[in-house]
Design a protein around this ligand. Structure first.
Ligand code: 2AL
Length: 244
């Protein structure tokens, strides 16, 4: 099967980290195609960045309409339901996948994310996904997304310290990593924390494999039906949904 992973930010080095995390866990025979959005912010760390990322995300999905499944590799799960409208195969967001995985292995988890302003986005997702009973707290580290790629930064140590607080103060039994750019920290953190540490990229590709294996596709009945054919105006005229 072919799983198309879209990094909706425009930083190719982060896509490489994402692709590596995905390829480390997939079954033999699963092909990972990891693509970087061609339009939008270099890092997604706010509502505006998210909104602006969705056109590039839609493009990246439309470029391969026959992929078996899609993963949106940004922890805000930007454009998740819009992506499901245009896709035939299942579409998974990494926040959604990570929270569900955490709920299977602990009665309570904490999310450790990047900037304080993205904490609110993760809290909205917790409520949207009905995860209030499982998520004990969302913790921000105030690390900008691209600092995760700077080997000279203190990001690793800061994230470790926040995870330790999540275990001791929130009494959480698992950690959900709140950014796709943290995908390469799982082993480092698990060795030190001794609780399950969940990277949403890995969780999403494994759930995608399971859904495809079950023969499930995105429902095309109701609100996830293909978007209605109609004209779009101005700079988005090329994005008008086609007649099906
Ligand atoms: C993210 C993420 O996963 N990628 C990105 O650019 N921004 N989300 C986050 N909370 O930092």
């Amino acid at each position: 099967m072919r799983i198309r992973i879209i990094n909706p930010n425009t930083t190719p080095s982060m896509t490489a980290t994402i692709a590596e995390a995905a390829r480390a866990v997939v079954a033999p025979g699963t092909e990972i195609v990891a693509v970087t959005s061609q339009a939008g912010a270099v890092s997604i760390e706010g509502h505006y960045d998210e909104a602006m990322s969705i056109v590039g995300l839609a493009d990246a999905i439309n470029q391969d309409p026959d992929a078996d499944a899609y993963v949106i590799a940004c922890f805000g799960d930007p454009g998740l339901l819009a992506a499901r409208e245009i896709a035939r195969g299942p579409v998974l967001g990494i926040a959604e996948a990570a929270m569900h995985a955490a709920s299977f292995v602990a009665t309570g988890f904490s999310v450790v994310t990047t900037l304080e302003r993205t904490r609110v986005i993760a809290e909205h997702l917790v409520r949207n996904y009905g995860m209030e009973r499982h998520c004990r707290r969302v913790r921000a580290t105030d690390i900008p997304v691209l600092e995760l790629e700077n080997p000279a930064s203190q990001a690793r140590a800061q994230i470790l310290a926040e995870c330790e607080k999540a275990i001791s103060e929130d009494k959480s039994g698992a950690i959900v990593l709140g950014c796709a750019g943290m995908a390469d920290l799982v082993r480092y953190l698990e060795e030190r924390l001794r609780v399950p540490v969940i990277d949403g990229v890995a969780a999403a590709v494994k759930f995608a494999e399971a859904l495809v294996g079950l023969g499930l596709r995105t429902s095309k009945t109701g609100d996830l039906a293909y978007p209605l054919h109609k004209p779009y105006k101005g700079m988005l005229s090329g994005y008008a949904p086609r007649a099906r």
